[in-house]
Every structure is written in C-alpha cells, then in structure tokens.
Ligand binder design. Structure first.
Ligand code: NAP
Length: 277
C-alpha cells in the first residue's frame, strides 16, 4: 500500500477550510529564518504555497547568517510580543554560533505551534493533549491514523532521536500504547530491530540507507527523511524503489510526511488564532 501524504493532507484541508470560515480575523504565522539555507528555503516555499492556497497570512523575518546573539534574541522578543502574530516557526538548527536557548525559554506557549518551548514539550511528554506537538511528528502520527494502522501493543522502531522528530514521535506512540524502540547512531543491530518491528518510522537523514533486508512483507514504513541527490532530486531514508513492492505499507519521498507537515502547521496557526480571541 502506498501511503500518500497528499490524501492525508486533503482530509486535513476540509478541517482547515471549516475552521477558516468560522474566523473573522486573519490567522498569521511568523517565520524567523537566519541565513539562506537551502532546506529552510525549500520548507519556506512549501509553507508559502499552502498558506496562499488557504488565504492565511505569513510574515517572514529573515536575519543575516552572521547576526549577533543580542540582535537575534531582540528580534525573537519582538515577534513573540506582536499581537498580530498568532504562531511562530523558527527554522532550526540555527548557525553554530547562535543559541536558541532564549527563544525556547521565552516563547509564548500559545504561539509555540511547532513545540520548541519547554511548556509544550512537557505537555507532549506527559501525554497531555492540549499542547502543540512538533508538526513533523504530528504528521507521521496523522498518516498512521488516516490509514487506520492499529498501534495498540504494536512493536514500533523509531530511527532517530532528535527533539523535532524521533523523541516526540516515540512519546506519542507510547501514549497510543505502542511498544517503542528508539534507535540512534550507536544502536547495535538496527537491521534485526527493524525486521522484528511491525512499524518503522525513520528520521535519520541518510539517503536510501534502509534496504529491503531491513523489512518483511508485513512492515509498515513511515519515511520522514528528506535527503537530496547531487541533481537536487529528493529521496528518503528508505530505498523506495527496491522496498516499496515488498512491504505492507510505505510513504513516498517526496509526497509523504512533508506533504502533511505544512497542513498540520496551517491547522496549528488557525488553532492559535482561535485561542487568542
Ligand atoms: P537529526 O537531528 O540530524 O537527527 C538524526 C538522527 O538520526 C539522530 O538521532 C542520529 O543519531 C540518527 N542516526 C543517524 N545515523 C543513524 C544510523 N546509522 N542508525 C540509526 N540512527 C541514526 O535530524 P532531524 O532534524 O531529526 O531530521 C531527520 C530527517 O528528517 C532529515 O532527513 C530531515 O530532513 C527530515 N525532516 C523531515 C521533515 C518533514 O516534514 N518530512 C521535517 C523535519 C526533518 P544520533 O543522535 O546518535 O546522532
């Protein structure tokens, strides 16, 4: 089964349009981007398209790659305190010389629509449903839900332990009664962990790393990885061409998790705007 992100995004779209109709004010996302990294620009373009399709507003605050810590923190405070901005997305990681510590410590929880601040992180890891989860982790969960993949008592391998994807998704799966093995670069015998898992969620950032011998015919695979070939074409962590015909379900790259992530982001901005009334 091809688990298409576009189909899931269409489902979210209906929810988005209904919510948008209810609203009189203009839901606005503030994006803070430092420098011109190609990954950030690609993500920004896909957000611009989604927000323009949905008639949502976007303000982009672009700082030079060599911005000082003081100037960065001041700009963050300005966006954080601006009542016309309902949600904030800070592209991370920041350049090495900059810290996001001040931003993470001070972001208003109601504007923290991608879960970078401590309050939303704590809610996520305590299983409280009223905070914001990171959009990508939420997108992976949404795909499993859309395709009615039962998680109760299932063995799930999560490959990657970042705070943006791996750890939050592992926590959300645990809340849904899955038994999770959280893997990272020091994990021993990754192949046998994947082979004996019902579901594999990979967010390693390693082009075509996972070949067909990592899986079996019952495997369900969510490929979060977005990697690029030298010619700019995108691929996931899984060798899609060789694996897709041999497993029970798989998300493509592109057209999988990424397609859902921007819809979740838009939904979170609408929620943040509704909550600000
Ligand atoms: P990250 O912070 O670099 O984390 C990568 C993780 O993979 C780390 O935990 C690392 O382990 C682990 N890893 C690396 N090599 C491994 C190996 N051989 N075996 C097992 N684990 C290994 O990356 P990220 O920000 O989480 O992003 C991961 C991928 O998802 C990237 O391709 C990124 O572009 C993509 N992404 C997609 C979306 C979307 O919307 N679809 C959004 C965000 C990110 P250590 O902790 O030991 O280093």
């Amino acid at each position: 089964m091809l688990m298409s992100g576009s189909e899931v995004a269409m489902g979210i779209l209906k929810e988005l349009v209904n919510k948008r109709v209810e609203m009189s004010s203009n839901p606005t996302l503030g994006i803070i981007r430092v420098g011109e990294k190609s990954n950030d620009l690609a993500y920004e373009r896909s957000i611009l398209k989604k927000f323009s399709d949905l008639n949502l507003s976007l303000k982009i605050f672009n700082l030079p790659a060599d911005v000082s810590q003081k100037k960065f923190d001041e700009k963050f405070d300005e966006v954080n305190l601006d009542p016309a901005i309902h949600g904030i997305l800070l592209f991370r990681p920041l350049p090495e010389e900059l810290s996001d510590k001040h931003a993470r410590a001070t972001i208003k929880p109601d504007k923290d629509i991608d879960c970078m601040g401590y309050e939303n992180i704590a809610k996520l890891f305590s299983g409280e449903p009223d905070g914001y989860a990171p959009c990508t982790a939420a997108a992976a969960m949404k795909i499993l839900d859309f395709y009615k993949i039962d998680l109760n008592g299932k063995n799930v391998a999560v490959l990657g332990r970042s705070l943006v994807v791996g750890r939050p998704v592992a926590s959300m799966l645990t809340t849904k009664n899955a038994t999770v093995t959280l893997c990272h670069s020091k994990t021993k015998d990754l192949k046998s962990i994947c082979q004996r898992s019902d579901i594999i969620i990979t967010a390693m950032g390693k082009s075509n790393f996972l070949t067909s011998d990592y899986f079996n015919e019952h495997s369900i695979i969510i490929d979060v990885g977005i990697n690029s070939y030298a010619d700019g074409k995108l691929c996931g962590d899984v060798d899609f061409e060789k694996v897709s015909g041999k497993v029970a379900g798989i998300t493509p790259v592109p057209g999988g998790v990424g397609a859902v992530t921007t819809s979740i982001l838009a939904l979170n901005v609408l929620k943040a705007c509704l909550n600000s009334y």
